[in-house]
Design a protein around this ligand. Structure first.
Ligand code: SF4
Ligand code: SF4
Length: 148
């Protein structure tokens, strides 16, 4: 599943990408968003929908998803994208570290550089890690493997 944000929205600032393919009874993402950008019309088993006009790319919903299915992508730079992912492994990476960018199948696709790590107690052991990656892989890289 790729982002449904319009090209105009993608160029205007960071935005959420929800890759939640299965209809299961789950909706913490809806309550997590302070801007009411995520909704689930109908019932709790429907797939979440995003109002991209309301999403500010604030990152708050990323660690709230038990399925680790929420990401934020920033494509506003000319050369590279910043991708924010949920990260539950220890040790955490540090800003400035390099890592391997992994696709959805866990295959190494590129080198990435860590640009942000948010490891707040309120996020309940799920950190938010942001890394820079080649822009053309912004919707392929969904994990990292730390370099030794
Ligand atoms: S990134 Fe922020 S504004 Fe966008 S959907 Fe998630 S919580 Fe809402
Ligand atoms: S919290 Fe995550 S797994 Fe649950 S509905 Fe929202 S995106 Fe899907």
């Amino acid at each position: 599943m790729k982002t449904q944000a319009s090209t105009e929205r993608r160029n205007s600032g960071p935005y959420v990408v929800i890759e939640c393919p299965e209809k299961i009874p789950c909706d913490p993402c809806v309550d997590a968003c302070p801007n009411s950008a995520i909704s689930m019309p109908g019932s709790i088993i429907e797939l979440p929908q995003v109002d991209y006009e309301k999403c500010t790319g604030c990152l708050v919903c990323i660690p709230k998803c038990p399925g680790l299915a929420i990401f934020v992508v920033d494509e506003t730079s000319e050369d590279e994208a910043i991708v924010y992912i949920p990260y539950e492994f220890l040790p955490r990476p540090k800003k400035g570290d390099f890592a391997k960018g992994l696709d959805r199948e866990g295959q190494e696709r590129c080198d990435v550089k860590i640009v942000k790590v948010i490891d707040a107690r309120k996020f309940d052991r799920c950190a938010i890690v942001g890394f820079s990656a080649p822009k053309e892989l912004a919707h392929e890289i969904r994990g990292i493997r730390l370099c030794e």
